[in-house]
Write a protein that binds this ligand. Sequence first.
Ligand code: SF4
Length: 76
Amino acid sequence: MNQAWRQHAACRGVDPEVFYPVSDDEAETPKAICGACSVRHGCLDWALANKERDGVWGGATEKERRRMLRQRRKTA
Ligand code: SF4
């Protein structure tokens, strides 16, 4: 899958640990960065397609992505 979107990632240069929060409260910071990211949709699609298990991708936590994947399976 094309990963050209990474070039425009708002998280470039940000400490990667920020994107691996240990609580929902801690997830607010990475989600805010993702919220202002122009490649958010491509990032989320990549994480879902690759079943990325950990961290915040495309503004979604692992728990939220699991829910999205479950929802997709139900509607497929
Ligand atoms: S959506 Fe978030 S994790 Fe994905 S590239 Fe943008 S800032 Fe980084």
